[in-house]
Structures are given as C-alpha cells and as structure tokens.
Ligand binder design. Structure first.
Ligand SMILES: [Zn+2]
Length: 362
C-alpha cells in the first residue's frame, strides 16, 4: 500500500465534460487550442482509470463521461480511491474546501485513515476575521498548537503568495505590517507576515513533531515559476535545522534536482514527487528519474496531490508505480542494483519514509 502524504479532497458533483476538463488542469484559462485533456494528463487518466470503470483504455472522453455518470460520483470515488491502493491519505484542507468533501466523507469513501494537513496562510486569514490585529500572531500560534492535536502536519503556500525570493529569516513582522495587511484583508501575501507565519510554524512543528510542507514548482498561474526554485529556501532550511523541524518540498517539477540536492545535504529536508506523476503522463519515468540521481531513497516521498477529480488518486498512484518500476527494471537489467535493493527502494519511497516522517498517524 502507498502512503499518500499530500492530496486534497474530491468533488462529488462532477457531471459534464466541461467541469471534468476544468478540474484536469492547474490553469483557470482555456486550453487555447483543443482541450486540457489533450495534454499528458489526459493520457494518464485514461490509461489508469478507464479500465477501473470497465472501459477500454483509449476510449473517447464522451464515452468516459457517460460511463462515469452512469456509475455516479460516489461509486467512481470509491473505485478510484480503492484503485490507488493507498493505505493512508494526508489531506490539505486549505484550498477551495467549500467545493470538496470533508474529511469524514473522504474517510468513508476511501475506507482508510485520513489526516489533515493545516495550511498556515489560510489559518491566518480565518483568524484575521475573529479578533484584533494586536493579537493576530499569538492567536495564530495558539490555533496552530491546538490543530496539532489532530493534524499530521502544516503546509505553506508561500510559492503562491510571494515566491521564495523574500527574506524569510532576516527579521520579524512589525505591528505596522500586521495592521496594514489587516486593513487590506483578503489573501495573506504580505512578505514579512508570510515569513513570520512560516517561522512560527517551523518552531511549533519542530517542538510538536509536525512536518512543514512547502508547495514547490509547478502549480497554477498564481506562481511565477522561477521564484519557486527550492534553492531559494536555503537560508530558511538552515535556520530551521536546529529546531528539529522536518521540511517537505512538495511536487518540485521542474526543480527535482534542486529538491533532491537539498534532501541529500540536509537531514531534515525531504523531496516529494506528487502532482508531477499524473501531469507528466507518458514522461513520468523521465520526471521521476532526476529525483534519484543523487538523493538517498530514504529521503524521497510519494504523494498523489489529487485535487477535485477522484481519478487523480488512481492516476497518480498508477503513474508512480509504473515510473518507479520502469526505473528499477532498468537498473536491475544493468546490474546497477540487486533485487533486494529494488524492493527496499520501492518500500521506502512508496510508504516507509512517510511512515517514519509522520509516526503519529500510523
Ligand atoms: Zn496540493
């Protein structure tokens, strides 16, 4: 069984092809020519998901949606989650949560343990409406500590809010910074405040053994891609190391090498391949390979980063298993590793590393 250490919940109201397509992309914009399903993700979904609902792998999308609607969203969700063969899901609840199932529904549909990952910027945005600017940061820390009782870890979307090329360790957020953001309201995207939230989360995470995840690289057009190179996080990683905070670099494409390097040289840093597996379709083997170039297999993690579409749990898992098997077969054929090593690598990356990183949820 896989340990899916980062995903989101799913939607139970997917009916027509337009909605399906809108969830099968990271961009809110139209494809420009053709459909987003013409991309690698369309191949990955049909390859792994069509057979799970009794269809030919390369059926057309109209037939796929017809069959999906015949079964209904709940049945499709149960089938795809079971098809992923994941024994544990860590779910980021901080993005478009009102459109998605709650954790209880996810647990019921998946039939396995699910645990929450708390998105720190979203938590602060919620708290802003519940009290004064003067108490915002103490209330944030208090809420984070309280959430740690039930959650598996914390997550930052600094990549989406400011990018990584901001000063994360050089100072503290002033009351003037907090007042200015509170007057403006809305998204937490003030660089000084974002940095302060991250430092608090790193401190609390270190103390309570809750890893801090960062979105890295590929995402929706809210990111300016080159500002999400994880190498830019180096000062923060060094600052957090004495705190004992475990830091997880999520997704990482196209910075697999940078993330793998950081996971290699810092004992508290981990690299994850989620999202990139289903979005790279036929190229998943080439996308996974750079993670392994220098990095010990004890520091790499699997996740699906499924969001919205039930298909992504199964497609992410299928793609990962296929890509990893292909790499291991190649290494075995070249006598670069032995059979025992191949088994150990698959166990570690698919499950055991995450189980070691989140011992309180297994
Ligand atoms: Zn995600």
């Amino acid at each position: 069984m896989l340990f899916d250490q980062h995903c989101h919940a799913l939607r139970l109201d997917v009916g027509d092809l337009a909605v399906f397509e809108s969830l099968a992309t990271e961009t809110p914009h139209p494809a420009g020519r053709g459909s987003h399903l013409d991309g690698p993700v369309g191949f990955a979904v049909r390859r792994w998901c069509a057979p799970l609902i009794g269809l030919d792998r390369w059926c057309d999308w109209t037939s796929y949606l017809d069959r999906r609607n015949e079964l209904g969203n709940e049945e499709v969700a149960r089938t795809m989650l079971a098809g992923s063969e994941s024994g544990c899901l860590l779910i980021d609840t901080g993005y478009r949560g009102d459109e998605l199932c709650d954790l209880g529904e996810m647990e019921r549909l998946a039939g396995v343990a699910v645990h929450e990952i708390v998105r720190i910027e979203r938590l602060c945005e919620r708290l802003a409406g519940e009290g004064s600017a003067a108490t915002l940061l103490p209330r944030f820390e208090q809420a984070l500590r309280a959430s740690a009782v039930d959650c598996a870890g914390f997550k930052s979307v600094l990549a989406y809010r400011c990018g990584f090329d901001v000063d994360l360790v050089g100072g503290t957020a002033s009351q003037a910074d907090i007042d200015r953001w509170m007057r403006r309201g809305g998204r937490m995207d003030d660089p000084a405040l974002c940095a302060e939230l991250i430092r608090i989360a790193a401190r609390v995470g270190g103390e309570l053994a809750r890893p801090l995840q960062f979105h890295v690289g590929y995402g929706d057009p809210d990111v300016t891609l080159h500002k999400t190179n994880p190498s830019l996080l180096t000062p923060l990683l060094e600052w957090a190391q004495p705190l004992g905070t475990q830091i997880v670099l999520l997704h990482c494409w196209p910075y697999q090498r940078e993330a793998g390097y950081l996971a290699t040289v810092y004992p508290h840093v981990w690299a994850d391949c989620g999202l990139s597996m289903h979005y790279s379709g036929p190229s998943a083997v080439e996308v996974l390979a750079p993670f392994f170039e220098m990095t010990p297999h004890t520091k790499l993690l699997y996740s699906s980063d499924a969001f919205g579409l039930a298909e992504f749990y199964a497609a992410g898992a299928g793609q990962f298993r296929w890509a990893l098997d292909s790499l291991l077969d190649r290494w075995l054929a070249g006598a670069a590793i032995g059979t025992d090593e191949a088994v150990q690598i698959a166990r570690n990356v698919g499950h055991d590393n995450a189980a070691a990183l989140y011992p309180h949820v297994v």
